[in-house]
Design a protein around this ligand. Structure first.
Ligand SMILES: [Fe+2]
Length: 216
């Protein structure tokens, strides 16, 4: 089976494991990241099917539940290793750590797994696919494609983010890298329709979902 189809199958299986209402935001976010990754990859002369699969499955570990927290990265990694997709499994771990040093404060439920992820990430040399998904992750929110700025604010409104300036600067570096790699002034021009819609959508959907969660 082609990678693209295999990725869609795995995602559909994961999606079916979740019946809570927040699963839809996870689905929208994953599909949005897949579209961003695919379009940028095509422009940048990278493998667009691989990029699509990585975008779609980077958060697949959330199939377990809405409350996995950071544990989703290791659940996703383990699932995709089992499925024989090590290249994509790697993304489950690397996409969350930019800058890399962020991994040092990681605490998963299982201390052994925490240690494994730390060693894995610190030892990894980020390639263009790792970078692509780090960027795509921040260009997709709970309704799909959005700007880094909007996603970043949404994340800030929901989580305590240590050293937020550092994270934002890293994201802008990534964006600049892909502006150049894609040969455009601004990669946002490749997502004009989606971004126009996102800009007038009201408060970020992620934040709305967060409030709902808090109210329960
Ligand atoms: Fe994500």
């Amino acid at each position: 089976m082609e990678l693209r189809e295999k990725a869609k199958d795995i995602f559909a299986w994961g999606r079916a494991q979740r019946t809570d209402e927040l699963a839809l935001t996870w689905e929208n976010h994953s599909k949005g990241a897949a579209s961003v990754a695919e379009r940028l990859a095509e422009k940048a002369g990278m493998d667009k099917d691989l990029a699509f699969a990585m975008g779609l499955l980077h958060d697949i570990g959330r199939y377990r539940s809405v409350k996995t927290g950071m544990n989703h990265i290791i659940y996703g990694y383990e699932l995709l290793m089992e499925k024989g997709l090590p290249e994509v499994a790697r993304i489950c771990l690397t996409h969350s750590f930019n800058p890399k040093e962020k991994v040092q404060i990681l605490e998963l439920d299982d201390p052994e797994k925490t240690e494994f992820v730390k060693q894995f990430v610190m030892g990894a040399e980020y390639d263009d696919y790792d970078k692509l998904i780090q960027l795509a992750d921040f260009m997709s929110g709970s309704h799909g494609i959005t700007t880094i700025e909007r996603r970043f604010c949404s994340v800030l409104s929901r989580h305590d983010l240590p050293e937020p300036q550092k994270v934002l600067r890293k994201l802008y570096e990534l964006k600049e890298y892909f502006d150049k790699k894609c040969g455009v002034e601004n990669i946002y021009s490749l997502f004009k329709d989606e971004l126009e819609e996102a800009a007038i959508r009201g408060i970020p959907g992620d934040y709305r979902e967060y409030k709902k969660k808090e109210e329960r």
